[in-house]
Design a protein around this ligand. Structure first.
Ligand SMILES: Cc1ncc(COP(=O)(O)O)c(C=O)c1O
Length: 423
């Protein structure tokens, strides 16, 4: 039984006793022309800027100005090891061991580099399972991997689809696919939290099912990192990648995360692409050495990384480290539950939430399906500075983010939604 209540008073009261409320002050909240805060519900697309990001970036600019190349060793946070300063916090956020995680490149690039190692097709076992509504970049990536290995993308991609008349995926349908075609499937590449519906798939079940049929299991965790607690290590998935610019608030186009399960950490026989940054760091600067790959996730890096982007990531991860994912998730479940409660109270048949009702099967995003794909609802929300995003064909995605959204934001958003729906 929900204990939520309607009315502004309830929302204000919840904010007053929210232990995370002080973190909102640590973000820049975009404002309208009258200086009034936008109601920002798109942390699922681009997280807001932590005020500390500037300080962290300024530090590196200062060291670069004062030290030039010597900053690699002598900067306050030496650049040569800068990525290592991010590893422990990142590992905690996704439930991994430090050896399993590194920050590098961008999401789609990382998925490709991981498929170089973990997509090992043979003539008879070469197919890749993705969600029917996988993010387009993932679909293009797997199609291009199939082609790269000489297969036809049309034969090689198997779609895990919701049943007729349903929106969400059922794990038993994946099981059926694997029972029927498991001998032909080399890889499952699945969105841990689906970008469109917000459905969070049980990663442990996914890995168990895939491994039972001898498939590798990889996860696109773009909508999961910093949102849910995916426990990547315990789930036993083989690999994962995610961007940091959504729930991890690291800035547009910022670097991505990569996870390789510990069971693969010391396997030097895995095929992979190489550069000087995945070569043994003890001998990297001896030059003229034969390639000697590093253990763990660091063994997938190629290049020395962009420090200014890493500085913004560090600013955000330091905040996550201070708060802890447990507290973030706890508030998130409550805040999104409240959002769902208020929307359901509207009892308006022009909109329908398609995200799972069970909090264990979703993160903070609710996907609101709009009747007749009427985009004007999203336009009207935007006009009154309620920032959500529209995803074709018919969904408005809204994510109340526990670090900076309030119960009052949610209350005001739904009040406006009611007004617009009644116009
Ligand atoms: C689920 C998912 N996968 C992949 C991508 C592509 O990310 P990138 O452009 O950082 O490679 C996105 C971007 O929003 C995404 O949401």
């Amino acid at each position: 039984m929900s204990t939520y209540k309607t009315g502004l008073e309830y929302a204000v009261q919840q904010d007053l006793c929210d232990e995370l409320s002080k973190y909102r002050e640590q973000f820049h909240i975009p404002k309208d022309e009258n200086g009034k805060n936008w109601l920002y519900f798109t942390g699922n697309s681009l997280g807001l800027q932590p005020k500390s990001a500037k300080t962290y970036i300024d530090q590196e600019l200062k060291d670069w100005a004062n030290l030039g190349v010597r900053g690699h060793i002598e900067a306050t946070n030496p650049w040569i090891t800068y990525h290592e300063f991010l590893t422990d916090s990142m590992a905690k956020i996704v439930g991994a061991k430090p050896i399993e995680v590194v920050i590098m490149n961008t999401l789609t690039t990382n998925l490709h580099l991981l498929m170089v190692s973990f997509y090992k097709p043979t003539k008879s076992k070469f197919k890749i399972v993705i969600e029917s509504d996988a993010f387009p970049s993932d679909r293009y990536a797997v199609e291009s991997q199939l082609k790269f290995h000489g297969f036809n993308a049309e034969d090689g991609v198997i779609l895990w689809k919701p049943r007729e008349g349903e929106e969400l995926l059922r794990i038993e349908d994946l099981e059926t696919i694997l029972n029927k075609q498991g001998d032909e499937i080399a890889l499952l590449l699945i969105g841990g939290v689906n970008y469109y519906t917000g459905q969070y798939i049980d990663l442990k079940k996914l890995a168990t099912l895939g491994h039972a049929k001898g498939c590798m299991v990889g996860i696109d965790l773009a909508h999961g990192a910093g949102n849910i607690e995916p426990n990547l290590h315990d789930s036993k998935v083989d690999f994962a990648a995610w961007c940091t610019y959504k729930y991890l608030n690291s800035g547009p186009g910022s670097l991505a995360g990569l996870f390789v399960h510990e069971k693969h950490a010391f396997n030097k026989d895995l095929k992979r692409f190489a550069g000087w940054w995945n070569h043994n760091k003890e001998t990297r600067f001896n030059m003229r050495q034969p390639f000697d790959v590093m253990a763990g996730a660091e063994g997938w890096q190629l290049s020395n990384p962009p420090i200014l982007s890493m500085a913004a990531i560090k600013a955000s991860l330091d905040m996550f480290n201070e708060v802890g994912m447990g507290a973030i998730r706890k508030k998130s479940i409550k805040l999104t539950g409240y959002f769902e409660y208020l929307i359901n109270k509207l009892d308006n048949n022009s909109i329908k939430i398609i995200t799972p009702k069970n909090p264990e099967e979703r993160g903070c995003q609710l996907s609101i399906q709009v009747k007749d794909a009427d985009k004007s609802l999203h336009q009207r929300l935007t006009e009154v500075h309620i920032i959500t995003d529209w995803r074709e064909p018919d969904v408005i995605r809204c994510a109340p983010v526990p670090l900076y959204n309030t119960f009052e934001d949610v209350y005001r958003m739904v009040e406006k939604l009611k007004e617009i729906l009644n116009e």
